[in-house]
Every structure is written in structure tokens, then in C-alpha cells.
Design a protein around this ligand. Sequence first.
Ligand SMILES: Cc1cc2nc3c(=O)[nH]c(=O)nc-3n(C[C@H](O)[C@H](O)[C@H](O)COP(=O)(O)OP(=O)(O)OC[C@H]3O[C@@H](n4cnc5c(N)ncnc54)[C@H](O)[C@@H]3O)c2cc1C
Length: 506
Amino acid sequence: MNADVLIAGAGPTGLLLAYELGLAGVPALVLDQALHPDEQPRANGLVGRIALVLAHRGLLDGTSLHPLAAPRFPFGPLSLELDRLEVDPLHVLPIPQRDLEKLLHDAAIGVGATVRRGHEVVGFDEQDDGLTVRVHGPTGEYRLTARYLVGCDGGRSFVRKHAGIAFPGITSDEVARMARVHMPAAEVVVADGALAVRGVRLALVRPNRTATGSITITPHAMLDPSADPDVYILATSEPRPPHLPDTLTLEDLRASIHRVIGADLPITGARWLRSTVANSRQAETYRVGRVFLAGDAAHLFSAGGAALNAGLSDAVNLGWKLAVAVQGTADGLLDTYHAERHPAGRRAILHTRAQAALSSSGENAESLRELFAELLRYPGPSTHLAALLEGSDVSYGPGPLVGAWAPDTLDEHLAAVLVEPLRSGKAVVVDNTDDGRFAAMTGPWRERVDSVEIPGACLSALIRPDGYVAWADGAPGTLREALTKWFGTPRTPIRAAVPPGIAVRP
Ligand SMILES: Cc1cc2nc3c(=O)[nH]c(=O)nc-3n(C[C@H](O)[C@H](O)[C@H](O)COP(=O)(O)OP(=O)(O)OC[C@H]3O[C@@H](n4cnc5c(N)ncnc54)[C@H](O)[C@@H]3O)c2cc1C
């Protein structure tokens, strides 16, 4: 085999998956068709639980980045006022996608991954014990063999199409035209969360609806304090014309602004112009045999903020499971990827489509917005929607404890025990018995499962490498079952990569 796991796509999903695999001792091979990372600005940051997961993994160490509680957050055209709630239900990590990709690339390389750019996956066939993958590289076509192939190759995923996986959903009948535009300070007044210009007042950050469409304007400096204060991220939304040109010009954008607000803005220059039509789609299955999908290849959403949380969470769910399958036997384990992540994707489809409906035009949508705005004055609905955005409503088990994310669920004392395993990507058994009977059972899985004895702690639990509770307070037999279910029977010695700063126990 040329690689145990071959990943198509070196976007954020493929790179985080490569890191997760490397952490578990499986050096992945990542192929990307593009010679260089995409320079077009995309996401300005991460929203949701994945921000905490990256921090737990230690991936933000040595940077000035840390997850922040969002005081407010847009839900379609409305605003969730989260600082009025007792707990912080939603986290954000302000980092441009390009910087995130660099961080994940370096981390993946640091744990043994190989990234080849300019190498496009153009075909594959599955055999009993693996796959043969056809690749078009700079010097022509060649073949690789791998045990598993993961399509992290974006919304137009070749891997998804070649595997024959359907991608049902809807395509928006609106087009978004966006750019980073320069408007001189002398021409605009920014105050009280709004921008006033030439007799027009536009709320910042959230969509301003008019009879013909909507416009959203965000000062770039609000997302990146080092940015030019005269630069704004501007997006219009209008009905999609029958023929949409491939490229967006500044004249087209100006015309769109005029149609939406009935006035011109004093734009003196623009970069990164693009028009996009939103898709809301989800792959019918995330796995066919030895082929998996993750990230945009598996799901596309019709509102901002959800994609990276969902895609990177796919990677964190899949990485350690593939490592277990590569290193041992894992009957049924790989099927839990679809079983856990497909419903999570559905939840994101649910709230992003609801946001799109709230943002649409017409009198019905007007009433929907008015009613939603009334509901959002109560803490319950705001908390519920924030949990959807965070992804904290997702559970991987019957609950209330099994399937829950441990850092959210365990008391502070027990959560502190998780710091090291979460950084090293290992599972851990927390044992509250006086005789350490649960810890003693981890012997055969020692390479993958740590144990911590805390006699008298409020519970015993098995926490998976992704931080979710796999077993809690049962009989020893049920712990053995859980260890076998989640970690199989080791086949080869595991030499897990040690990320910088992790102390290795003798
Ligand atoms: C303008 C814009 C703003 C956005 N803002 C946000 C935001 O605020 N929050 C958010 O969460 N998301 C946002 N997104 C979405 C986010 O950028 C995507 O969800 C994210 O890039 C998906 O990551 P990915 O790794 O799954 O796929 P991609 O980033 O699309 O990476 C796929 C990679 O696969 C490679 N590839 C494709 N085909 C092949 C092949 N056959 N062989 C080898 N390689 C291949 C491509 O070259 C590419 O590098 C935004 C997107 C855009 C366009």
C-alpha cells in the first residue's frame, strides 16, 4: 500500500483529518489538484464547538487565538442577543480561512502527513483489501494504492460523484454578489452599528432587506483589527438571472447595489469579486465501502457560519476511527461515522434553511421575521438556536451522559483530567473505584486508551479521542464491550505521533 489513508483535498477538512490521523499514528497522504492554496478570502472565522475542539487539541498554542463567547450573532436577518443569557452558548474563533489552512497544514506535516499539490484524483476502483486510485500529477497520470480514501474535495467533489453518492437538496433562486470594497472615510459615517452614506442608512453586519433584495456590509476591521478601516466586506442578494456570467465585475456589483438600495455607494475600488448561488445539499451517505466523504464534499449549507463547524467536526469524528481500523480490527466502527455525522449535518441543514427562509422576500417571510423577532426576546428560543449554531445539540449516544461531549458534561474536576488526553488525541478511562478495576481493564488497549484513577469521583467513564462519552458507570463487562466496540483489537503496535509540548508517560 502507498498509504493507509489517502485524502483528496487539502482544504481545512482534509488537513485537519490528516492531523487527526497523524496524532493517532497513521501518516496520511493528502493530494490536492491546486498547485497553491486558494488566495480568495473565504471564511473569516470559525463558529461553534469546533473552536473549542481546536483549542483542546492544543492547535492554538503559540498563537494569539482563543475561542471567544459571542455576545451576539446573526440568525438570518435577525440577531441573537447572547450576552443576555446566563451561560455562553456560542463560541467563535476569529481567524481568516487562509491562516486556518496554514495552521492545519503545518500541524498535519508536524505529525507525519504528506501533502502533494498539483495532484488531482481522477479515478478509483475498490478491491477487497483496498483501493487503486488514479492521480493526474505534474508529470502525468499515475496510480496509488490505499486502504481508505476520503473525499475532502469540496462541494463539487469528484470522489462523491465517482462513488455514485447522490447529493440531494436545493439550489437557491437568489445570487449573492460579494467583494471587499474601498469606501473613503470622508464619504461615509459609521456610528451606532450602522453606515450612513448619501442619505441611505444601512445596518452593519446583518442583511438590510429592500423590495428588490438585500445588502450586507461589514467593516473588515471588525473581523481583523489590522485591516484598512476604509475596507468593507459587501454582499448583495437578488433573484438569480437566467444567465449568470462566470466572473463578477465592479460595474455589475455597482449595478446590483443600485437595484437593491436605489442609490450608489462611493466605492473607489474592489478586490475579490465573486458571485455565488447558495446550495443546500447533503450526501445521501457519508460512506460507501472504503470511501468516505467529509466537509463540503458531504454537505453544503444555505447560510454562513455552519460549514466549517460541520466539516471540521466530521474530520475529528472520522480521524481516530480510521486509525483504529488501520491499526486493528474495528467491526462496525467505521459505520458509526455516517450514523453520527449525517444527523449532525441534518441539524445544520435545518437551521441554515430556516435562516434562508427568514431572509427571503414576500409578506409571509415578513411575518415570519416579525414573529421570530418576538420569540427571540425570550431566553429559551435564543438558547435553543445558539445550541444549533454551536452544534452542542448533537449527541452521539442515548444520553444523557453517553454520547454527550465530556467537557460540557463533566464537573470541573473531571474535565481537568481530560486536558492531556484531548491534546494527545487519546481516549481515557476515568475510574472512580477504590480498587482501580476499570483502569486495570484498559491494558490491551494501552496504546490508544489512557486511564486515570480518581477514587470517590462522581462517576467512571470512557471518553473517546474526540471528547465524547462512550461509556459511563456500568459493570466491568460493559466497559470491556465498549472498549472493544470503539477501539477494536489492536493488530499492529501503534506509534502515535507526539505533538509538541505533550509529556510522554514512561
Ligand atoms: C466567500 C465565502 C465565505 C465563506 N464564509 C464562511 C464562514 O464564515 N464560515 C464557514 O464556516 N464557512 C464559510 N465558507 C465555507 C468554507 O469556506 C467551506 O465550507 C470550506 O472551505 C470547506 O472546506 P473543505 O476542506 O471541506 O473544502 P474546500 O475548502 O473546498 O477544499 C477542497 C479542496 O479539494 C481540492 N480538490 C477538489 N477536487 C479535487 C480532486 N479531484 N483531487 C484532489 N484535490 C481536489 C480543491 O483544490 C480544494 O483545495 C465560506 C465560503 C466562501 C466561498
